[in-house]
Design a protein around this ligand. Structure first.
Ligand code: AHG
Ligand code: MN
Ligand code: MN
Length: 338
């Protein structure tokens, strides 16, 4: 029994690692943990109750919102507002930032950006989905409502980031800038237990994850990289294995543990790619760098991109550092679009 370390215990034990440690970030992570348990409970019984399927509305990005997108968004928002550490949130499912206006929230130091349910189009067919979160210190004065500038910070300013994967087991994986740690949910105890301390991604791998159905629309460098992955070079472990779940959290999680690369390049229909910089790419980039990997838009470090819009999209290449280096080299060598 004494071997088990819960997420709550781990956060308290490591609180001294946080800059300006005062327990507030620990409390904030506690809110995320609580919302994750509630969302996990709903997802587990999603086939039994009327909570799968479309909610009948689109979000600002023109995507059909699933009922569980709306549910997860509301639960995370409520959990974050209920404690006094967060002055506002931005979310895939909210058109604009949400500034919390009660006095305790106005005095809070942090903002949270989130993708409340990632891979939600998979939910009806019982495939793993996730939640992604990213935490910054505000730049606007404490005591005032959160502003856009609090959210439009480059990823290298994140104080913490993480995800929850609602998979065959549910896990919470996070970093506060001192390594990446994973906790597996024990539903019988209702606690997340430390199961993967100080995760490191292998520097090279043999899994590539991309929606190859879009091949014809990819930039030339990406097409060449895919052909490279498929070449028969046994001494270099090629051909690689192709694995694509269609749920960033799940694809990322597998590649983090096994070594590999996830690619969502620009396409003819999505010239900036599909994934959102602030609440999908930045938190994953923060985690992968903490785990010894690399995240790039094909040229630049994701974490150094200065954001201009809450829902801005960016091409995304993330995973084992040598694999991301290789894609960048192909994109440089073949800069033409087709
Ligand atoms: P979301 O469900 O939050 O909108 O994100 C879906 C994203 C990501 O999870 C996944 O990797 C990607 O969309 C899949 O896109 P394609 O279906 O175009 O491959
Ligand atoms: Mn997503
Ligand atoms: Mn989503």
């Amino acid at each position: 029994m004494s071997d088990i370390k819960t997420l709550g215990e781990f956060i308290v034990d490591n609180q001294h690692d946080f800059p300006h440690a005062s327990g507030e970030l620990s409390s904030l992570l506690g809110s995320i943990k609580l919302a994750a348990k509630i969302v996990n409970r709903e997802i587990n019984k999603a086939g039994l109750v009327d909570i799968t399927g479309a909610a009948g509305v689109e979000n600002i990005q023109g995507e059909v919102q699933q009922k569980l997108d709306v549910y997860a968004n509301n639960k995370f928002k409520a959990a974050l507002a209920a404690r006094d550490q967060v002055c506002g949130v931005a979310s895939e499912e909210e058109d604009d930032l949400v500034a919390f206006t009660n006095e305790n929230n106005l005095n809070a130091k942090y903002v949270v950006l989130m993708d409340p349910l990632d891979g939600s189009s998979n939910i009806d067919v019982n495939v793993s989905v996730g939640t992604i979160f990213s935490i910054y210190r505000r730049v606007s004065p404490v005591g005032t409502p959160a502003t856009k500038a609090d959210f439009l910070q480059p990823g290298n300013r994140q104080v913490a980031a993480g995800y929850i994967i609602y998979g065959s087991s549910t896990m919470l994986v996070y970093s506060t800038g001192n390594g990446v740690h994973g906790f597996t949910y024990d539903p019988s105890l209702g606690v997340f237990c430390l199961s993967h301390e100080s995760l490191q991604i292998p520097t090279d791998g043999k899994i590539y994850s991309i929606n190859e159905g879009n091949y014809i629309r990819f930039p030339n460098g990406v097409k060449k990289y895919i052909k490279y992955c498929q070449e028969n070079v046994p001494e270099d472990n090629r051909p690689y294995t192709s694995r694509y779940i269609g749920s960033l959290v799940s694809d990322f999680h597998r590649n983090l543990l096994k070594g590999g690369i996830y690619l969502y390049p620009s396409t003819a229909s999505h010239p900036q790619g599909k994934l959102r910089l602030l609440y999908e790419c930045n938190p994953m980039a923060f985690l992968i760098e903490q785990a010894g990997g690399k995240a790039s838009d094909g040229r630049r470090r994701i974490l150094d991109i200065e954001p201009t819009e809450l829902h801005q999209r960016v091409p995304f290449f993330v995973g084992s550092s040598e694999m991301v280096d290789k894609v960048e080299a192909f994109l440089e060598q073949y800069p033409d679009r087709v």
